[in-house]
Design a protein around this ligand. Sequence first.
Ligand SMILES: Cc1cc2nc3c(=O)[nH]c(=O)nc-3n(C[C@H](O)[C@H](O)[C@H](O)COP(=O)(O)OP(=O)(O)OC[C@H]3O[C@@H](n4cnc5c(N)ncnc54)[C@H](O)[C@@H]3O)c2cc1C
Length: 532
Amino acid sequence: MNRAVARRALSTTPPRLETDSDLIARYVEDAAHYPGGRARAVVRPSNIDEVAAAVQAAPALLVVGAQSSLTGGGTPADDVVLSTERLTSVSVTTTQVTAGAGVTLEALQRELSTYNVWLPPVPTFLGATAGGAASTNAAGAATFKYGTMRDWIDGLTVVLASGDVLELRRGEVRASEAGVFEIEADGGVRQVAIPHLTMPAVPKCSAGYCSRPNMDLVDLFIGSEGTLGAIVDVTFRVAARPAGVCWALVPMSSETTAIALVDALRRAASDTWRTRDPQGVDVAAIEHLDGRVLAILKEDGVDRRLNVTLSPQTEVVLLVQLELSAASAAGDLWGDLADGGLSGDSPLARFCRLLEQFGAFDDTEIVPPASASRRIALTEFREAAPTAVNRRVALAKAQVDDRIHKTAADAIVPFECFGDMMRMCRSLFRSRNIDLAVWGHISDGNVHPNVVPRSYADVETGKALMIELGREVIAMGGSPLAEHGVGRSPMKQQLLQMLYGDTGIASMRRVKQALDPDCKFARGVLFTPLPA
Ligand SMILES: Cc1cc2nc3c(=O)[nH]c(=O)nc-3n(C[C@H](O)[C@H](O)[C@H](O)COP(=O)(O)OP(=O)(O)OC[C@H]3O[C@@H](n4cnc5c(N)ncnc54)[C@H](O)[C@@H]3O)c2cc1C
């Protein structure tokens, strides 16, 4: 069936509009520090009817969660800000959890852990909310094994621009053969044609509206960045927690060899999933930090504080998450390794053999599942990368030029092109003498090259080079918009246009027009509004 029927909300009394300037000031900026944020008022509904009434009443609305957006998508442009912070209900069954849009992923994982289940594809920033993660189709370190948020969302409750409520369950409403949804709302039927475009075949792509033949209506709202409706709650599938996870910190003296090792680990993991071999190498995630990031962390004393010792030759650090089967997690990991040496047949011995093949075994630190404190320290080491670079951007803005801002890419290519993409990236930025720090989710082929600016000219050149890199990424069959979305960033909106062309953008605009004809939601996010 391609028709969804929205219902009227039960109450039409909107919650209080808050106009206190100190309160408003808390909502005018997101993590991208996009300039010029302004809000008319803030509204903080605590249930679905209040959301519906607030949507009906407001002429222009930006729904926000934790405002951890890196694209300006969480920055209001003279809108009423609808904060989801009071939508915090959680209800868990053995296979699913329904979370209010404002539940943080950290709180959600904590609640799920009491049932010994988890939500695998969470972004690195766990302060993000369920609604925000769904709206941006966020992804995370473990996307390599588990996919993106989209793969784990079974249902959504969405308030449309008319204030009508759509309760969507995956599998119930699919686009017709002609690619059209019908949505009954507000006393009429809206025809919504899915966008006319081909999405790149990469594991993650947060680049405007989804388009697939016969797609599910749930998928149209996932990744729509708050432009089509207010998500009130999200139903996620959940998974049993892995029996044990080993972490490994793998310093490498060459980026090329590091990429070859990642390739070998990806292949070994795919074999394990295909054959269901309980002794196989089961990699869930590989994160990476490049030499410039490592130098910055050294400057800041992060390595000493977290007791991470790296030789001066280290060009790249890989952080590997290796999941263990119940049998190997229950066994004596170190004993297995000592008895059989690297010739043993445990997952860990096989993993170590792969490291040895690439000359990486001797310097690797392996953290067993029981060492929670060390695992936390390594997570902190990884997380210190964006923090340290963002601090340098903020300092340059304060001390050098107020126009300086974060300039970063979020690119993904099919993994076989990853080495070429990195060589291209390095040569582009080196040729213009731009200081670049790179980290990301290498197991997906997803990187975040960030400019470390010394001047505003570096920012301007950096943006031009990010566009150039985006062109190459698209030519390689990848996406220059992998997981953070598009938001208000002119650079990301240009990348969206390059990815799908004028026809693709025009067909996305038609979706917006059909569902939100007055452009009430997130005006200026994804694309600039057309003149009336
Ligand atoms: C340190 C750091 C690390 C990060 N790491 C990752 C990562 O690994 N992977 C990744 O994908 N992202 C990452 N991000 C980006 C960010 O965390 C994600 O985009 C996240 O999903 C945003 O969630 P939020 O609750 O903060 O949403 P917000 O920033 O508040 O909003 C983001 C967008 O979604 C819309 N929106 C929010 N809630 C709703 C709702 N209920 N209904 C409709 N629209 C809504 C907003 O209008 C906006 O357009 C990172 C950010 C930071 C600061």
